[in-house]
Write a protein that binds this ligand. Structure first.
Ligand SMILES: *Cc1c(COP(=O)(O)O)cnc(C)c1O
Length: 387
């Protein structure tokens, strides 16, 4: 049985060309990028080239890019770095990725004033709610670009523009951060248009290797480091460079800038729309999150009178890999904080399934998925105590 991978929001398969680009940096150019000899210089040249590619992609300067081990570290560094003295006010949302949400809760416990904005029922943030929450001592606004569970996209450029306007009249400037991990492959990432001070991205969500990420930090922004050590990344993120991973990350970003990228997204959109259309024909099935303001690869379905976990396991037995929410939430019995924040009832939140497409998925896979889904839903409902 050929397995189908519909969990691309959790991680993506590495692109062959990315892997190829990385290999020489394991055994040929294995030097420490901070060493001055030629081994080091070759490694450093690779790092700088990757940084250059990523800076072009974000429309910023290479020295505004900081490499990290991933978006979890990027987000922690930014939030904890801005609030290292645990003073002032933070605005974020109730449906952020756990690495932002849990860091915000930690800061709250340490004395930071935190406002958690609830998304609208359709999973989109109302910018007015952010602007109304701004206080005299607001230091950071952190709003995710696209949600990892429901794929809904917020208007970051609009929020950024307004914050910039407000800052012109303020002594205490507000910094603006967006977690753009899920949006990176699909949306405009030009930081001059987004008007952000920080942007977090991750390699393994865009066909690059795991364990490498980065964040954009606008020049002259002050940030306390989480760790102390060497001079790497201006001391903000010390530690020996993971050169092969950085090379792979750069290559993965380069692929997004390539000519056929738009076509790849169009293909995913077609498959997405087919799955949505066919799934909604099944009785008691609804789409979570806005129909239009959503990523081209995301489908999040609500099944009345069905346990999401049971459906997930049934599909897995048929060789189809989906998710009931974020990978981090599975394994815990509590319903998805994202769906609950959108006002979905706990029993319905438990009956949800996320299908996240990637560039390797095909329409044939989508057709097999729909047949299997109909069969599985029928079987589960037959034994449902709710019937
Ligand atoms: C995956 C993900 C993260 C965490 O990224 P890692 O690189 O795996 O640490 C953060 N935010 C969002 C929205 C994500 O989807």
């Amino acid at each position: 049985m050929k397995r189908i991978y519909f969990d691309n929001a959790a991680t993506t398969k590495i692109d062959e060309s990315v892997m190829k680009a990385m290999i020489p940096y394991f055994n040929l150019e294995f030097g420490n990028a901070s060493s001055i000899h030629e081994f080091g210089q070759k490694a450093e040249a690779g790092v700088l080239n990757a940084k250059y590619i990523i800076s072009k992609f974000l429309n910023c300067k290479p020295n505004e890019i900081i490499f990290t081990s991933g978006a979890t570290e990027s987000n922690n560094t930014i939030l904890q770095g801005v609030f290292s003295d645990f003073k002032g006010h933070l605005i974020t949302t109730m449906f952020e990725h756990p690495c932002v949400l849990e860091t915000a809760k930690y800061l709250l416990r340490r004395g930071v004033d935190v406002t958690f904005i609830a998304p609208e029922k359709n999973g989109v943030i109302d910018p007015q709610k952010i602007f109304r929450a701004i206080k005299e001592d607001t230091r950071l606004v952190s709003i995710m670009y696209a949600n990892n569970e429901v794929g809904t996209v917020s208007n970051i450029a609009h929020i950024g523009k307004k914050i910039e306007e407000l800052n012109q009249k303020r002594i205490n400037k507000i910094l603006f951060h967006t977690d753009a991990v899920q949006a990176c492959y699909f949306r405009d990432m030009d930081v001059k248009k987004l008007r952000t001070d920080f942007v977090s991205i991750s390699s393994h969500k865009i066909y690059g290797p795991k364990g490498i990420g980065a964040f954009f930090m606008r020049e002259h922004t002050k940030l306390s480091p989480l760790m102390y050590g060497g001079h790497q990344e201006y001391g903000i993120r010390p530690g020996t460079y993971n050169v092969p991973a950085i090379i792979g990350f750069g290559k993965a970003i380069q692929l997004i800038s390539s000519k056929n990228h738009k076509k790849t997204i169009e293909k995913m959109k077609k498959i997405r729309d087919f799955i949505i259309k066919e799934s909604l024909k099944i009785k008691g099935v609804f789409l979570n999150g806005d129909r239009e303001q959503r990523l081209e690869n995301n489908i999040n379905l609500l099944f009345e009178n069905i346990e999401g976990e049971s459906l997930l396991l049934k599909l897995d037995l048929e060789g189809i890999a989906c998710s009931t929410g974020s990978a981090c939430a599975s394994g815990s019995l509590s319903a998805s904080h994202v769906l609950l924040s959108m006002g979905i009832k706990p029993e319905n939140a438990h009956g949800s399934l996320r299908i996240s497409l990637g560039k390797y998925n095909t329409m044939e896979e989508a057709e097999r998925f729909i047949i299997t889904l109909k069969k599985s839903v029928g079987q589960l409902r037959e034994f449902s105590p709710f019937k």
